[in-house]
Design a protein around this ligand. Structure first.
Ligand code: MG
Ligand code: MG
Length: 334
């Protein structure tokens, strides 16, 4: 008898069976180049959740503790300090889905809708919530505040970790990405380093969705390092705290020293520290860059079913609302 989580996963034919929306549905209307963007968008959003679920097991551990316990941690097995079920995700994915859900609900940008969804999520007593996120959401609840004031302690990675839906929704217009990335960030985090991290993640995901080279991806990090030297990662020291500089250094180090989605994520989560969040951010960039064929079927199979369904629906819906989709539709009408 088939296990309940096996019924839509055909490991030999991931491309067809893993998608809730059949590829043939796109093929009727879209040129192959546009189908590829849709597929990479799915992979980016799924990559976020897979990195979160995989990394949560080793969150707050040191590399030597991980090595002693798992040799190499490379299976989605849950556990960790939150005692998760295998495939369960944490705040990184849940806040992303709350954000993406608000945009789909409104059919466009809706900062208040995002704040409302964050508040509903906080009231649902999530398994994990960062202190800065909690403070921002509380300020919205008590004062209706949609922009946290600047705070020198706000350089955590809590706004950067929820950039996947923003990158999909604003694909094709950098000015829109800049505006909305910052607006969503400032609901909870107001700091130049957090803002810069949100933008660089958004730009890397978007560039990768459109099929860029590794060199072009690296170029985006060089622009960031020119502006903020602290993000420099050539001499990576292995720091993995929730400080957004440590987070991005870890993600960039493994992104550019590995050659596959799997290798990148395994490297990141075995570094420990804030491993669910470094996993989530690495997953969204590497997912967009390598595409869905590179996501190991064993990881996809373990991911919580409801999360996967929500991601599949959101990825398609958010991309559909993007400036890129509007332009693509116009070009098809000519
Ligand atoms: Mg988390
Ligand atoms: Mg985390």
């Amino acid at each position: 008898m088939m296990k309940p989580d096996d019924d839509t996963v055909d490991e030999d034919n991931f491309k067809v069976s893993s998608s809730l929306v059949p590829r043939t549905a796109f093929r009727t209307f879209c040129p192959e180049s546009q189908v590829l963007v849709l597929e990479r968008a799915r992979a980016s959003y799924l990559g976020l959740a897979i990195g979160d679920a995989l990394g949560a097991t080793t969150e707050f551990m040191t590399p030597s503790e991980i090595q002693a316990k798992y040799k190499v941690h490379q299976k989605i097995i849950g556990g960790g300090w939150l005692y998760l079920k295998p495939g369960q995700v944490t705040d990184d994915t849940e806040m992303s889905l709350a954000l993406g859900g608000a945009l789909l609900n409104a059919g466009g940008w809706d900062l208040k809708g995002i704040a409302d969804n964050f508040l509903a999520w906080m009231k649902s007593k999530p398994i994990d919530i960062g202190a800065t996120c909690r403070r921002g959401i509380r300020d919205y609840m008590l004062k209706g505040q949609l922009q946290s004031p600047y705070n020198e302690w706000d350089a955590g990675n809590g706004a950067a970790m929820r950039m996947a839906p923003v990158a999909l929704f604003t694909l094709g217009d950098d000015a829109t990405l800049v505006r909305y990335a910052i607006e969503q960030a400032h609901l909870t985090h107001n700091h130049a380093l957090s803002d810069a991290a949100c933008l660089v993640i958004g730009r890397m995901v978007q560039k990768a969705l459109l099929g860029c080279s590794r060199f072009e991806l690296h170029e985006i990090t060089r622009e960031l390092v020119t502006e903020y030297k602290s993000f420099q990662f050539n001499d990576y020291r292995g720091n993995t705290s929730a400080y957004v500089v440590d987070t991005l250094q870890t993600v960039f180090h493994y992104l550019f020293t590995t050659g596959s989605f799997e290798e990148c994520l395994v490297g990141v989560v075995n570094q420990g520290g804030d491993a669910d969040t470094t996993g989530a951010i690495a997953g969204m960039i590497a997912g967009a860059f390598y595409g869905p064929e590179e996501i190991p079927a064993r990881w996809l199979k373990k991911l919580n079913r409801d999360v996967r369904v929500a991601i599949e629906i959101q990825a398609l819906g958010l991309l559909n609302l993007s400036p890129w989709a509007t332009r693509s539709a116009e070009s098809r009408c000519c």
